[in-house]
Design a protein around this ligand. Sequence first.
Ligand code: COA
Length: 338
Amino acid sequence: MTAGPRARRRARLTGVGAYLPERVMTNADLEALVDTTDDWIVSRTGVHERHIAAADQATSDLAAGAVRDLLRRTNVRATDVDLLVVATSTPDYVLPPCAPIVGTMTGMDTVAAYDTNAACSGFMYAIAQATGMIESGMVRTAVVVGADTLSRITNWDDRGTCVLFADGAGCVLIEVDEGEPGTGILGVEFGSDGSGFGDLWVPAGGTRTPATASTPHGESCIQMNGREVFRFATRILVESSQRLLDEAGLTIDDVDLVVAHQANERILDHASERMGIPREKVVMNLDRVGNTSSASIPLALAHVHDAGTLEPGSLVLMVGFGAGLTWGSVLVRWEPRG
Ligand code: COA
């Protein structure tokens, strides 16, 4: 495919899809597992319940559920999709990547497909990649998925983490558009700080410390320095958003909705206060889904879409942050198909 003048080719976000596994785990269920209370979980995190994958479900199953939902909602044919990116930290296997499996499950038989891992920022990185490929003329239609099955790497004996994490998948459709400037995906801001890698990690199971029969279970699960991550999240959410708005020549008053990573209600409250945006413009669905990592932002987007708050023309600021440490923000004008 030959690339035309760059300024005229834009990437437009035109649809959303979502999938949550059937099983709901409430705070009362957690009270039976660890020394915690509904009151503690709600007041410190905002989470009331979350969805947990069935024993025979893996990340590709959740991702395929979200992609099918997207294709149904948008009337796009699977064979019209050129690129499928799955952002995940919990692929079905170390090899192969999830995305080709998801492609085959959803009828995208020969689609260009790969995974990307930037933890809870992964969906933002994946959108940035798809946007770059569309704007450069490499592809015309991309499906970007965020999917994670964190329950498989959660230590269900650790009350400091097991109350937070959950499973799910969400996705968006990104299409080429030869429209006017000011439409589509308007900007991206992202970065990382690897010095904080140990603040949120799974110590064993990678190439540095392969898991063996004698590896303690907790070493193969998420470990977190909650206070440090909280500090990082509240700082970077505000800083990354501000840098992106400055770059785009916009202010927070221009933004209709902030769709930030659903990690903790207190982080969202803090962001609303520091950014000077009314709390009702900061989307929250973590009360029902918990922290689903890569799936968190597209699930929140689908939530506001279904609630009718995401209107055509809305300016949406999406912000992700998480392990790495990593972060990423995307500014987009919501322009659905049809
Ligand atoms: N139930 C009851 N008590 C709990 C608990 C639980 N589920 N988890 C921790 N506690 C206890 C601690 O043991 C500690 O007790 P102590 O004072 O006797 O030692 C006390 O509560 C306070 O713990 P602390 O870790 O200081 O709580 P906190 O106010 O920082 O809240 C988090 C903990 C995890 C909710 C909070 O740090 C957080 O949200 N961090 C960010 C996490 C995040 O967003 N991660 C993902 C980013 S992608």
